[in-house]
Design a protein around this ligand. Structure first.
Ligand SMILES: Nc1ncnc2c1ncn2[C@@H]1O[C@H](COP(=O)(O)OP(=O)(O)OP(=O)(O)O)[C@@H](O)[C@H]1O
Ligand SMILES: [Mg+2]
Length: 1022
């Protein structure tokens, strides 16, 4: 997608440009800044390297040399060392930590270097022990990634003498890098299986790799040990958006509590470091911060690496990530060299032995012959030696066990490689690229069954969402594999549902159930060296799915041009929509499995209809939630849906583990109390009021898809103070004439036709609401139920005692947005809060106390606010320039006219001059007399008025043109039809506009001609 790069780096400074206001930039300074966006080439091994001596590209090795080696050095010195990788999803956290293929990350590079160094330093004197463990924190549960068995509800976190630890976590001894590498692969594979089977998402889980490193120097009675924690955190964007959408679950939920708490811990520690008073550090509030409390603010030398995306569409995430990093920078840990319990014991034992030996020597020296005591002491020494040996032996034994396990695994790797070379197979595709390709399901000759086990033996056991006990059958025969779904179980191939048998083709995308994504790798003879297996990533699957379901083919095979031409905001929406589609499919599947009767539908909401200037081109993703049982409909903002989806996953997981779900409606994430629903909006432009012209129209309430939701009959009536509508004679030419004067007007709604909401279900009702100027209240019509076409007699009177320039500007540029609200059974009707507005004696609502900034929407965020203000400033400056130009031309015209007047004055006066049947007075005494010429102003005003009325029609059609959207924005046919229709409309409009302008020109030409003629007549002698 085409997006702009808004990041620049110089030295240790990182500068971010605000894409909405390029003058607005912010620079952050860190210990290191690394650029990896461009300036690289890929070598034969797939390693990214700088593309020349001047390239600013920083590869993995460089990062390791600066950060990884620092962590290693700390570990060798006996300090705890931690590296966190923090950033939004897809920003490169796993790339940094574990790396991809040739581009090894910090974990493998640190471990490899550690073992190399051990080899160097290994001696009789020094013994080095490395234990490896790897776990994941998801939804506040800890799962051991080195264990194939997933513990329901996770492993327990306990508090011991040395802090918090995970009970029963596997800690595997490793004696060389190969073993450790195999363990790392196994951990990633287990994580991949878990995310598919348990419907969890790795980008929302934290992965912690712990290397426990011990150094024992027997001769020096010296031991050191270090915990190296390498932490790949969950995507940080969830933390930012969590809580953005108002929801009754906001308080209680534990949506990535660990990440939220991490933010709070960092903030508190940072405040403390800069001298602010901090009551306590909330380590205990989440599993992650409990387990890593030492790394965060205690005994550890910690490095926090934050990843950012250079694209403009991620500006907000980038700023929030950099602010997080800035806070983390302030923290100062107090690391100490460690002595562990075991070392202490060893040291104690050794010390004890030395003491005992000295005591025996003393006894012998003193000639004291307490044989018994000497014997006891000698026995103690032997005992101690045995204990010391035991400790050594246990390490050897553990190592042996690990070796056996590793050998087993190694043989299965060899077996797998052999099968890959001979058989077709399914390769898993995960949202997290790190987990893609970790699982392979081989298709043997003959029949292979796929399903969830439940007493039934299946060849390929899948536990993902929407997988039935007996889901599908694969038949491999004659070098062909045919996939057949059982009882219409859900299978999609290349985005299309499979209803009958389907012969698989090499590189087909297969979705089994709702979230098990696989790439079919065909028989060896079908494969090709040029196969781009990596192309078929999660995004490819999701966009293929989205295109089939109707959102567009932008990302799938439609070439780069279209992608290139996407506006960044649209690109973001597209990206969000693609991302939400599979989540919606999963939520629907869970709803079905739990018999919830709720259907989720993602939609793109067009915000133009709610903008009072009709300019907002913004779109946002919403999810329509339809309850099939109650027929109730809700609209959830995207963030509310994604937050709720996590809770839905939580109850589903609980259901899978315990077989029950809570019946309490308050704990049901599918449920919400029914609320009034925004159906659509119509714009009623206020400009006519500025000329004291009444306005009546039938306006269409357009929904967020650009379709008509109802037609509303509306009137805007300028009135006298007593409430009587003003006649045509009150029409004014220059709205400025109203300045400082009183103005009264009425807003009347008399009819509402074809309300789709009620046509869909007659038990429903509607209300119309609108805002006026900067009033702090919304005005609502009374509710009307069960009737899709109804009359109403709604009038609201407004009054401003002193018209201001601001109010006039409001009238000229704004519309009243009529909002159509849908009522459903048991939901509350809306009422106008008159307590918030001032009423005049005649019950009119007073507008005098409102100010421009109240009707100009004020952005919440100060950043946004600044960019909006600078935008406004720019507009105002332009306006001033235009006004200056106009002023200049008026001045020169004025001068011309004065000269002309002067010329006329200097002409000899003619007493006999008669014009229009009356005698003409001399120019000098014209001031106190009414002009004998017809009023040019009045004539011009008349022509303008005619023009103005025709323009109202043109404008209404223009607005219609602007608001109407194609039925289906993604279908080329629809677009073509829409474009033709639009062209025709534009042509008609053009013709109408031409004729209006032509008429105005004619009228004016006539007036000028007449004026000239009269002037000539006036000056020429009779
Ligand atoms: N510095 C980089 N150079 C080249 N490619 C990169 C770099 N950083 C990330 N990538 C690529 O971007 C993609 C996403 O990266 P990665 O999986 O590391 O993101 P992540 O932050 O771990 O996301 P998630 O939160 O989903 O786990 C990967 O395909 C990765 O290869
Ligand atoms: Mg990752």
């Amino acid at each position: 997608m085409r997006s702009k790069c808004i990041i620049s780096m110089a030295g240790n400074n990182c500068t971010v440009l605000d894409p909405k206001d390029l003058q607005n930039k912010r620079t952050f300074t860190f210990d290191y800044c690394y650029w990896s966006h461009d300036g690289y080439i890929e070598n034969d091994q797939g390693v990214f390297l700088p593309n020349g001596p001047h390239s600013r590209y920083i590869g993995q090795e460089h990062v390791f040399n600066e950060l990884g080696r620092a962590a290693l050095e700390n570990a060798w010195n006996g300090y705890n060392a931690t590296i966190f990788s923090y950033g939004q999803t897809g920003s490169g956290k796993s790339y940094l930590m574990t790396g991809y293929e040739g581009n090894k990350g910090l974990v493998p590079m640190i471990c490899e270097e550690l073992f190399q160094e051990i080899k160097h330093r290994q001696s009789k004197d020094g013994q080095f022990y490395v234990y490896f463990s790897m776990f994941e924190i998801y939804n506040e549960q800890v799962q051991d990634l080195l264990s194939k068995v997933r513990k329901p509800n996770g492993l327990r976190v306990r508090e011991g003498r040395c802090g918090f630890y995970v009970e029963c976590l596997k800690s595997v001894p490793c004696s060389n890098f190969k073993q450790l590498e195999a363990l790392l692969d196994q951990g990633i594979r287990n994580r991949s299986v878990a995310t598919t089977n348990w419907n969890t998402t790795s980008s929302r889980s934290h992965m912690v790799i712990n290397i426990h490193f011990q150094q024992v120097f027997a001769n020096q009675f010296m031991t050191k040990h270090s915990e190296i924690n390498l932490v790949d955190l969950a995507g940080s964007e969830r933390q930012r958006s969590a809580g953005a959408a108002p929801d009754r679950f906001n308080e209680a939920r534990a949506i990535n509590l660990s990440l939220t708490t991490l933010g709070n811990v960092i903030s508190s520690l940072s405040d403390k470091a800069v001298g602010k008073r901090v009551q306590y550090i909330p380590y205990r509030n989440s599993i992650l911060t409990r387990l890593l409390s030492n790394s965060l603010g205690g005994n550890s030398k910690t490095i926090m690496v934050t990843m950012i995306s250079p694209a403009d569409i991620y500006y907000d995430e980038t700023m929030s990530t950099l602010r997080f990093a800035e806070r983390a920078k302030n923290i100062q840990n107090r690391a100490v060299i460690n002595e562990s319990l075991t070392e202490q014991l060893l040291m104690d034992l050794k010390e004890n032995n030395t003491g005992l030996r000295a005591r025996i020597a003393d006894l012998e020296k003193a000639g004291d012959v307490h044989i018994d005591e000497q014997e006891v002491l000698k026995k103690l020494i032997v005992d101690n030696e045995r204990q010391l040996k035991d400790m050594q032996k246990s390490w050897q034994q553990k190592l042996e066990e690990a070796r056996r396990e590793w050998e087993q695994q190694y043989s299965s790797i060899i077996k797998e490689e052999k099968m890959m070379a001979e058989l077709p197979y399914f390769l898993n595709v995960n949202e997290d690229p790190q987990l893609s390709g970790a699982v392979k399901h081989f298709i043997h000759h003959g029949i292979t069954t796929i399903g969830r086990t439940a007493g039934l033996q299946q060849d390929i056991v899948l536990k993902g969402l929407g997988i039935l006990d007996k889901h599908a059958v694969l038949t491999s025969h004659d070098h062909k594999v045919v996939l057949e779904s059982i009882n219409k179980a859900r299978i999609l191939i290349n985005g299309v549902p499979v209803l009958t048998k389907h012969q698989l083709q090499h590189l087909d995308r297969v979705i089994i159930g709702s979230c098990s994504f696989y790439l079919y790798v065909g028989f060896p003879h079908e494969r090709n060296d040029r196969d781009k297996i990596h192309k078929y990533n999660y995004e490819f699957f999701a966009s293929e799915l989205a295109s089939i379901e109707g959102f567009g083919k932008v990302n799938v095979g439609m070439g780069e041009e279209l992608k290139e031409n996407l506006d960044p905001d649209l690109a973001r929406i597209f990206h969000d929509f693609i991302a939400i589609m599979p989540m919606v499919a999963q939520a629907n599947q869970i709803s079905e499995e739990l018999n919830k009767g709720v259907i989720f539908e993602p939609e793109v909401k067009n915000l133009t209809s709610t903008d009072a200037k009709g300019e907002g081109l913004e779109k946002e993703i919403i999810v329509k939630v339809i309850n099939k049982l109650t027929n109730q409909v809700e609209i959830w903002p995207r963030d509310k849906f994604t937050d709720r989806k996590l809770l839905i996953e939580g109850i589903y997981q609980h259901f899978l583990e315990n077989g029950t779900i809570s019946n309490m409606v308050e704990q049901d994430p599918f449920w919400d109390s029914v609320e009034i629903l925004h159906l659509g909006s119509a714009h009623v432009w206020l400009e006519t009021l500025a000329y004291c012209i009444a306005y009546e129209d039938q306006v269409e309430a357009i929904n967020y898809r650009g379709k008509e939701e109802a037609i509303i009959q509306i009137r805007l009536l300028p009135c006298s103070p007593s409430g009587n509508p003003l006649g045509e004679e009150s029409v004014i030419v220059d709205p400025d004439d109203l300045l400082g004067k009183r103005m009264d007007f009425q807003m009347q709604i008399s009819l509402c036709l074809g309300v789709k909401w009620i046509q869909g279900n007659s038990s429903r009702g509607v209300q119309i609401g609108f805002m006026m100027y900067g009033l702090p209240a919304m005005f609502y019509t009374p509710a009307v139920w069960n009737n899709a076409n109804f009359e109403m007699d709604y009038t609201m009177c407004f009054m401003i005692q002193h018209v201001t320039a601001d109010f006039l500007s409001y009238l000229k540029t704004h519309a009243v947005v009529l909002e159509l609200w849908g009522l459903q059974e048991v939901c509350q009707e809306m009422e106008t809060e008159f307590a918030h507005v001032a009423l005049a004696g005649n019950d009119s609502v007073l507008l005098d106390l409102c100010y421009r900034n109240q009707w100009t929407s004020v952005p919440q965020d100060s950043e946004k606010c600044r960019s909006k203000l600078s935008e406004q400033l720019k507009m105002l400056e332009e306006e001033i320039e235009n006004l200056k130009d106009a002023n200049r031309s008026l001045k020169s015209e004025n001068i011309k006219m004065q000269r002309e007047l002067e010329r006329l004055r200097n002409l000899p006066s003619s007493p006999g001059l008669v014009t229009n049947g009356g005698p003409m007075k001399s120019a000098n005494d014209r001031s106190d007399q009414k002009s004998p010429f017809p009023s040019w102003d009045a004539e011009f005003a008349k022509a303008l008025k005619t023009f103005y009325f025709s323009m109202i029609g043109v404008r209404a059609r223009l607005i219609h043109l602007k608001e109407v959207r194609p039925l289906d924005e993604e279908r080329i046919l629809c677009l073509r039809y829409f474009a033709n229709e639009r062209n025709q409309l534009i042509e008609e409009l053009g013709a109408e506009l031409e004729s209006c302008v032509g008429k105005l020109k004619n009228d004016i030409a006539k007036i000028i001609k007449r004026k000239k003629k009269l002037q000539i007549d006036a000056v020429s002698p009779p």
